[in-house]
Design a protein around this ligand. Sequence first.
Ligand code: SF4
Ligand code: SF4
Length: 247
Amino acid sequence: MIKTLQNRFEQGYRTSRYPKEPIQLPERYRGRPQIVPDAPAELAAHCAAACPQEAIDADSKRIDMGRCVFCGTCERLSEGRFVKFTQDFEIATAQKEHLITDGSLPALADHAKQHFKKLFGRSLQLRQVSAAGCNSCEADLNVLATPFFDLARFGINFVASPRHADAIVVTGPISRNMKTALLQTYEAVPAPKAVIAVGSCTLSGGPFRGSPEITEGLDQLLPVDLFIPGCPPHPLTNLHAFLSFFK
Ligand code: SF4
Ligand code: SF4
């Protein structure tokens, strides 16, 4: 017992003070992409042609964050003269069209549904559905339960049964095999309920776009309330999205 207390004392307080205090991610982290507005058209076209996700529209000079897998190819090719990735991880949106961006994003809290805040502001129970994800999106959601993020301090928990949940959190490209299970899980959640799409796969099919075995976007099946881009989204991106949209 003494050893346990001593260890606890030595460890100190490990939980992040975010969102009360800002948190700085390492320089190599790729967050919100920022387009350089006066980049030459040829450079934009070159990056668009090289993008494995067809996420760049060279004419409007915008990136579709729902498709982007944040591989960094466009930044590397243009040497930052067309696209630069910032360390801003607060990139979730409430509307899918807002994911197509030149770098500016509307404040998520302004687009949150007030009745969700009223209903779930003090207690939000989430059921995770991995619809054929590669396990990275799932792992970065799972890590929110660790002492550093301590999701439960905000009254948010992942629960085992959809019948105990207020929202489903979907990851993965929604393979044909998982489609029925996903829809059944959604049906099992009592109304009112929310739908949260996490990761490029769920938003657009991600690296699996074009495959007949998947659904290219959860919004084709269910009314999505919250879109969280990334491959995978950083845990702080998920945390910011949950807090801004529901709290
Ligand atoms: S970082 Fe995104 S937009 Fe750029 S090349 Fe990769 S997938 Fe395409
Ligand atoms: S979005 Fe990326 S990290 Fe998430 S399940 Fe798909 S491939 Fe994996």
